[in-house]
Design a protein around this ligand. Structure first.
Ligand code: PLP
Length: 417
């Protein structure tokens, strides 16, 4: 089967809930992937920040093969060495945390954060959470309800109640939304799905102060920002001692390409659930945990971090150069490390499709943003090669929109054609 047959088969057999790019990916190696027709692409998306070591990293393959051959699943009715090893490594990497809970997806990890917040606040009748406009926390009912995007809620009401959404980077608004019922604040250090919108350090530190003053919890959703994506192993690290979260959720890259998520729980929430208070059959699957451990070791090695910094530097320099040469098309660069958004003056989707056509995989989010999430070991040469394609595609789209009768580029809601 080639691309065409697979796309046709998908339309017939799979629920039509995804806006997929029009190729079927077949295999990958490092920063390269090939589709089912044998065409090669440079992967600047990593399955949305999942394959952070690139495709087919030897350390990951070895760990997966060995564990799959030994025991692939045990259920949480038993103790499991791969879970214990990965949990210990995560706690070593994130010393604020005292315990780890594993699950399968990001949404599930955030569900647990909601449960922890409510359990923690139960004695004082605190069961509400404050979250942020534009945030994305997943698609299950709790995670969906806490996500600050109305377009995702439409048609699925009634949602879970007890969530208040306020503008990001607006401490006054948070203060106003706080009440005697507030149990926790949940924030993405950088909003990925919303177009790489960064919470400022001052804002995050302010949230910590507010949470402490009111005796409530501060949770970070690090599902996209965690595991090296922003240059630090976790995005909270750069904030120093004055802003340590009470828990974080991890997913996406955690299993090195296999489904795995976790909550890292600090002292206030590490021991508040009793046996039977939460559970999952597949969560912390042995093969996924073995892969996660192998990946974490690579991510934390000094050599890997140095080479990642070099790649990120080339990427940022290249994107700045694109912005300088196309200032009317590229309005803003956002993000940190290997998580980068280029806000365009026009819809980003046609640019992403043009890039794909020329062998570069990027992602369009929030209507006008091109999001780059390349492998963390992207080489400077690969970065330059990808950005040459990106620049050409942005320039081409810019000349098209300039040639068209001018309409002000709508920043919020794009009207359907
Ligand atoms: C992807 C994502 C989620 C949801 O993760 P799933 O594994 O798709 O459920 C939640 N929060 C953030 C910040 C994400 O990027």
């Amino acid at each position: 089967m080639g691309n065409r047959e697979i796309i046709e088969g998908e339309k017939q057999a799979i629920l039509q809930t995804f806006l997929r790019l029009p190729v079927a990916l077949a295999r990958g190696k490092g920063a390269k992937v090939w589709d089912e027709d044998g065409r090669e692409y440079l992967d600047f998306l990593c399955g949305i920040s999942v394959t952070n070591l690139g495709h087919g990293h030897p350390a990951l393959l070895k760990a997966v093969r060995e564990q799959a051959g030994r025991l692939s699943h045990a259920t949480n009715l038993f103790y499991q060495k791969p879970q214990v090893e990965l949990a210990a490594a995560l706690l070593d990497a994130a010393p604020f945390a005292q315990k780890v809970a594993f699950a399968n997806s990001g949404a599930e990890a955030n569900e647990l954060l909601i449960k922890l917040a409510r359990r923690h606040g139960a004695a004082q009748g605190r069961n509400e959470m404050i979250a942020f406009n534009g945030s994305f926390h997943g698609r299950t009912y709790g995670a969906l309800s806490v996500s600050g995007q109305e377009k995702l809620h439409k048609g699925f009401e009634p949602l879970l109640t007890g969530f208040r959404h306020v503008p990001l980077n607006d401490l006054k608004a948070v203060e106003k939304a706080l009440s005697r019922r507030t149990a926790a604040i949940l924030v993405e250090p950088i909003q990925g799905e919303n177009g790489v919108v960064t919470a400022t350090d001052a804002f995050l530190k302010g949230l910590r102060r507010l949470a402490d003053r009111h005796g409530i919890l501060l949770f970070f959703d690090e599902i996209q920002t965690g595991l090296g994506r922003t240059g630090d192993l976790f995005a909270y690290e750069r904030l120093g001692k004055s802003c340590v979260p009470d828990a974080i959720s991890l997913a996406k890259s955690l299993g090195g390409g296999l489904p795995l998520s976790a909550v890292l729980a600090g002292p206030k929430v590490a021991d508040i659930l009793a046996p039977g208070g939460h559970g999952t059959t597949m969560g912390g699957n042995a093969v996924a945990c073995a892969a996660g451990l192998a990946q974490l070791k690579v991510l934390r090695s000094a050599a890997f971090r140095r080479s990642s910094e070099r790649g990120a530097k080339t990427l940022w320099q290249g994107c700045s150069a694109i912005q300088k040469s196309l200032p009317k098309a590229v309005l803003e660069l956002r993000g940190r490390g290997m998580m980068l958004g280029l806000r365009l003056a026009f819809p980003a989707k046609p640019v992403a499709l043009a890039c794909l056509d020329r062998g570069l995989i990027v992602n369009a989010t929030a209507d006008t943003v091109i999001r780059l999430l390349p492998p963390l070991n992207l080489t400077p040469a690969e970065a330059r090669k990808g950005l040459t394609v990106l620049k050409a595609c942005i320039a081409e789209e810019a000349s098209k929109t300039a040639a068209a009768p001018s309409k002000p580029a709508a920043n919020n809601k794009r009207k359907s054609k």
